[in-house]
Write a protein that binds this ligand. Sequence first.
Ligand SMILES: [Zn+2]
Length: 310
Amino acid sequence: MKKAIIYFYYYLLKFKNKLIYGGNTIVLMYHRISDVKLENNQYLTISKANFETQIKYFKRKYKILSFEESWKLPFYKTGIVFSFDDGYANFYNNALPILKKHNIPALLFPVTSHLESKDYFWWDKLVLIYEELPDLYYLPNKEQLVNKKSYNYSILHDLIKNKKTDYIEKWLKKIMNLNNLSIKFDDEFRSLNISEIKKISSSNLIKIGGHTHTHFRFSATKKMEFISDVKKNTTILEKITSKKIDIFAYPYGDHNQLIDSELLMNQFNYLFLANDYYSNHFFKSKKIISRILITDIIDNELINRLRKFN
Ligand SMILES: [Zn+2]
């Protein structure tokens, strides 16, 4: 009953917003476009074919918008804006050719800590490490061997996900050493490199924004440390692209009002969340943009996923 009331209120509010502000704009949040799927990272990986199927559907059903153009739409129309987080090389290799083919503008928010190494981001590294671990293995800070069934991937992920990135990197090194693992990183989930970012930035279709240097979780530590990680990221990106970096996406969508005001006052024109909510031209004027996560779904699943935000 309570759930039904919440739904009713949500749809009523959405209807009211559309009447007052015009049609919604849905800002999609993508991560990896790749045909390689590892058991524990499938959720955020979309195959090239499905990505193109999604694009074709969006082109038929919605108005594709760039971030910069006006989002003022008639109430019966819905806009779609594409955004890609983290800055995977597979954005350059797999997504960009498809975006260019369909002339789709997009936003890209790269992390900059891995531009000069082929090392994976920690969450993908954990996926590979977990695959290599034997049934009984050593866990950092635990004396006895643990069982892979009880200490599965999501338990390990939960153990470290709220820590600072340098703590996580040390932890991953430790678990590899304790269990004598050596892992080969292929090209599929590496970060973009400097020359790829340069080429992407020279394309008129793609606007680049900040996403912190180390994929810093805002609530993991002090505000000043977060801000300096943000600055490091934008400085590097501005040097590579010779463009002002004036938009920013919070890693994990983790933020509060204080940091919003500070970043808007000192550094950015717009901030992007990961809060599973629609946007519109009025919300855009408030400078804080809602986004929805998009996964490897097509047809009815995709239609149902978007229905709530149309
Ligand atoms: Zn991210």
